[in-house]
Design a protein around this ligand. Structure first.
Ligand code: UDP
Length: 325
């Protein structure tokens, strides 16, 4: 018996990855405290409700379920909140992750796929951002992700836990089969908020239109959550073949502006998206997009849902469907 433990597997990206793992033939066990995740997002996979700081519980789960690899998604991920509550972010994202690693070391589980973030880079010096770009986070959230990334090579040398960190740019979209989607409370992300505006839930605030970009709004690299799931699977398989600890950037490499996203939501939904320009959001760089050449070259990753309208369409279908419940 061998299984993959998906920590945070009831959340947005974790639930999509768990579905991809099961489809690829892996046994999956979800470990989640359901503080932000949703029980129904496990799609019937075994769920252990537990805290990531609970090392005995984690150890027991790894042992009892015959776990051979861990994917770790459980984290807090709101930049502004991290500035107001760094303690909560260090506790969850750093101490919590080290607890997962401690349980793995104690149970001799050697493969770890880690959810990292473009936030490790801070203000970009040049774009597209490659893995060689300096890592200088500008907020506690990015610091916590980088702290774990920096610990991982030491954990590989000392405890034999090999890992691949995946630095997501803007995770977006929903399961093309309509079973899973993005459901945060409160929601802070652009695409679900723009969809909410199209559905009559209040105007979207466009955070700044005076950036040095073609239409004055920020450029971001939206990458489909199913493409992220594919990358996790490829990373796991590489680790199973003996790959060494490393980190990859994950984006489509084609930036879209806030106004382009608004236009896409309007096109896809066939509805107007009420929007008003608001002041810049502190800490938002003008332009952020990835070079994913390294993961394409090393692991053969190739995004299948790179088109912005396709990304928006999967999200739109999910939100419409949820609205009917
Ligand atoms: N954004 C916006 N209005 C919103 C939410 C986001 O204009 O209500 C902008 C934000 O300034 C950024 C982009 O949309 O340029 C993506 O933001 P999001 O919060 O979705 O992701 P982030 O880039 O912060 O990870």
């Amino acid at each position: 018996m061998s299984a993959v433990l998906v920590v945070g597997g009831a959340g947005y990206i974790g639930s999509h990855a768990a579905k991809a793992l099961r489809r690829a033939g892996y046994d999956v066990v979800v470990y989640d405290d359901l503080s932000a995740g949703h029980r129904e997002a496990t799609l019937g996979a075994p769920l252990v409700e537990g805290d990531i700081h609970d090392v005995p519980r984690l150890r027991e789960t790894l042992r009892a379920r015959g776990v051979t690899a861990v994917m770790h998604f459980a984290a807090w991920a709101r930049v502004g909140e991290s500035v107001r509550d760094p303690r909560g972010y260090y506790w969850t994202n750093v101490t919590g992750t080290l607890a997962v690693l401690e349980a793995m070391a104690a149970e001799s589980v050697a493969c770890f796929v880690f959810s990292s973030s473009a936030a490790v880079f801070g203000e970009p010096e040049e774009t597209p951002i490659t893995e060689a770009h300096p890592t200088r986070p500008i907020n506690p959230y990015g610091e916590t992700k980088l702290a774990v990334e920096r610990a991982l090579p030491h954990y590989a040398r000392a405890y034999g836990i090999r890992s691949i960190s995946l630095r997501y740019f803007n995770a977006a979209g929903a399961d093309p089969e309509g079973e899973l989607g993005e459901s945060h409370d409160p929601e802070t992300h652009l695409i679900p908020l723009a969809i909410g505006a199209a559905l009559g839930r209040g105007a979207l605030a466009i955070y700044g239109d005076d950036y040095p970009t073609p239409d004055g709004t920020c450029l971001r690299d939206y990458v489909h959550v199913t493409d992220l799931s594919d990358a996790h699977l490829l990373a796991l398989q590489a680790l199973e073949r003996g790959a060494a600890t490393t980190a990859y950037n994950l984006g489509c490499g084609r930036p879209a502006s806030v106004r382009e996203v608004v236009a896409a939501v309007s096109r896809v939904s066939g509805r107007p998206v009420p929007a008003a320009v608001a002041p810049r959001r502190p800490g938002d760089p003008a332009v952020l997009y990835a070079s994913s050449e390294a993961i394409e070259r090393d692991l053969g990753w190739c995004p299948r849902y790179a088109d912005l309208d396709t990304i928006v369409e999967t999200a739109w279908r999910w939100h419409q469907r949820r609205g009917t419940h």
